[in-house]
Structures are given as C-alpha cells and as structure tokens.
Design a protein around this ligand. Structure first.
Ligand SMILES: [Zn+2]
Length: 379
C-alpha cells in the first residue's frame, strides 16, 4: 500500500472526548479513540508520508498499521491518492471537483483518478444537437474523451431559452458547426466530431456511433421512427443507448443495453400492439410525423433530463455505483421521480433483435408480426 490518505472531503476531523466522528456519504461513523492515537493517525494520513514513516511516528509495526488502514478502507474513509503520471497539472486543476466527487466512491484499490481516467478514455454520441447541445456541454465538462454528435438544423432565436451552448451571435449558423467550436472551448483536451447530416434511416447513424460506449438520443423527429432508427443502429453495433424526452408535465427516459439480452424498442411496440389494439391507430397517426412550433422545451426540465442521462452514463462507464433502473419518469409538477424495471419480454420473433437483422421492418410489417404472434387475442 502506498500513500494512503484519509479522504480530504471528510475533513475536518471531529474529535470528541474518546471518539472520532466521521460523516461519510450521509452516514455518521463513530470510531473509538481512547488514547488519541487514531486522531493522530488520521492527521498523519495526508498522503505525504509512507507507511514506514507513519508506523514509526505511532510507534507500531508496519503490519499493525496495515491492519488499521484495511479496517479504515472497509469503512470507505481512506483512499490511495497517487496521481497518475498521465495527468498534466492543468488536467489536475480542471478535474479537481470530479476527483473530489469520485473520492466518495474511492478506496485503496480503486482510486478517484482511475475513475476519471475511464471517462477520459470513453466515447459517447449525442444524437440531435438541439436539447442535446446541453448534454454535449455536460459530457465535455465531465471529460468524456471523445464526443460525437449529429444535427442538420440551424440555430434559431427560439432555441436560446434552453440550448445554452449557443448564443445570439450563433443564430442562423449550423448547430453541428457551432457545437463543434464551443465544445472544444469547454475542454480542449477531448476529441470532438460533429456531423452535419440529416438522419433518414438507421444506416445513417452507424458510422457516427461506431466505437461508442453509449449513445444518447435527443432526436425527437420524425416522430417514433427516429427512435426505431436509434434502436436498430445500437442493436446492430451492441451499444447501450438512452432515449428521452419531456412535455410540460413529464420527463421520461429509458436505457437499453443490447448486450444484456434486453428487449429492444420494437419488442416494446409489438407488445404494445398486442396488449392495446387501440394503439395501432395511435401509432399510425403519429408515425413519421414532424411537428413545428409545439415544442415545450423548458430549460429546467431539459437540465433534469440531461443530468439523468449524464449521471447514468458516468455510472455505466466508471462502474462506481449501480445503474439507475432502466425506465425513469418524473412528474414535473411534484418533482416525484419513479424508477421502473423493464416489464416487456424479448420477443423471439422480433425482426430487429431476435433474428439475423438486415433491414428495418416498416410499421405495417411490425403490426402484422404482432398480430400473427398473438392469435386469438386480436381480431
Ligand atoms: Zn426486439
């Protein structure tokens, strides 16, 4: 063990008459310290002294000290703070708050720097640089090593109530171009590639998202089919993906991990059609439509959705804590959040995820498949 340190975020050390009080991740831990040796040890554990030096100072053996450190590590209050040589001083400064955040998950064997390094070595795609532009700025701040994005729209004044990567000087310019410039200005250490492309089929996404650890889609049009394109592309390449959106009263989000044998979006549509025959007319009416002038984009709701996406992507990449449940919705009136597990089952006859996928089925084909495999229930 090298350079063990009592976590900086847990300071100051509160010493009571014969014990030490530590508040770690919202929990209070009370440690006996009759002789004051533990207090002395915690002060010595500032990461500058070796085990031998500390043991000598406390007049105990290195072996005994090792046992104490191990016990403190089990409580989650010490960490290894050897800074990897790969970090420059400006990077240490840039990610200081990230390191402090990751410190609460760190231990002697899993340093806060290694967690940040995982982000620095990852690649994430953001599809749609309207609401997605905020997501891009979050990812750049987090230090995601490579961010790719796509859009074909230009910036309008009506975007400026929520798309804070852009400002008045950018009106009329391509979102992909401005997002590229601004993201590099947030973090010049990362790679950025923004595509100016209108997505018209799932194949248009493949080269953009290839090699990504996660895909976040904020594309909302053409209605429904755009999510099916993302679904087909991510299942083809086996990339975890997030779909989300909101209206005035509800924020909704879901995550699918193709490599975990989860049902795909088309499985969900098949089940919807089988369970609710009325949904067919709803799907047919909305499918492929584009809407203008009815966007309920409200900055606080977009920020919450963006926070959920990027928080979960951080967990997905670093493994610091369990992922959120795959379906999340928030009632924006009460701010009540509900998390749910996937209830849909994977359909062995799904044309997208359960067979040798080549071409995306049309909505009509999907409806036929749902009906054919639901004999006796639908008429
Ligand atoms: Zn499927």
């Amino acid at each position: 063990m090298l350079n063990p340190a009592f976590k900086k975020t847990l300071h100051p050390i509160i010493r009571k008459e014969s014990s030490i009080e530590v508040i770690h991740n919202g929990q209070m831990i009370e440690l006996d310290d009759l002789d004051g040796n533990l207090s002395k040890l915690l002060h010595l554990l500032d990461g500058t002294s070796s085990m031998e030096e500390i043991a000598k100072e406390l007049n105990i053996s290195v072996l005994e000290l090792g046992d104490v450190i191990e016990a403190l590590d089990d409580l989650g209050i010490v960490e290894d703070i050897v800074i990897p040589t790969t970090y420059s001083s400006t990077q240490i400064e840039r990610y200081q708050s990230n390191f402090n955040y990751f410190s609460s998950y760190a231990s002697m064997n899993n340093s806060k720097y290694s967690m940040q390094e995982k982000l620095n070595q990852s690649k994430v795609a953001v599809l749609g640089l309207g609401g997605g532009s905020l997501t891009v700025s979050f990812l750049a701040g987090l230090g995601i090593g490579e961010i790719v994005g796509v859009d074909y729209d230009t910036i309008e004044r009506s975007n400026l109530n929520r798309q804070f990567l852009y400002n008045e000087d950018d009106i009329g310019r391509l979102k992909s171009k401005v997002a590229d410039e601004k993201t590099r200005k947030i973090n010049s250490d990362i790679k950025v590639k923004m595509y100016n492309r209108e997505i018209k089929k799932y194949e248009d996404l493949l080269d953009i998202i290839e090699g990504c650890h996660a895909v976040i889609s904020m594309m909302d049009q053409p209605n429904i089919i755009v999510d099916r394109w993302v679904n087909a592309a991510c299942f083809t390449l086996g990339i975890p993906f997030y779909l989300g959106g909101f209206n005035a009263h509800k924020i909704r989000w879901d995550r699918t991990i193709p490599t975990c044998n989860e049902p795909c979006l088309d499985c969900k549509f098949i089940e919807l059609i089988q369970m609710e025959p009325d949904s067919i007319i709803r799907l047919k009416t909305n499918y492929g439509r584009t809407f203008t002038g009815v966007n309920t984009g409200f900055a606080p709701n977009l920020a919450i959705l963006t926070g959920l996406f990027t928080s979960d992507v951080t967990k997905l990449i670093t493994g610091i804590s369990p992922l959120m449940k795959p379906i999340i919705s928030i009632d924006t009136t009460t701010m009540e959040i509900s998390q749910d597990n996937i209830k849909t089952t994977k359909k062995p006859y799904c044309p997208t995820c359960s067979s040798d996928f080549k071409e995306m089925a049309s909505l009509e084909e999907l409806i036929s498949i749902a009906i054919d495999h639901n004999e006796g229930v639908l008429t």
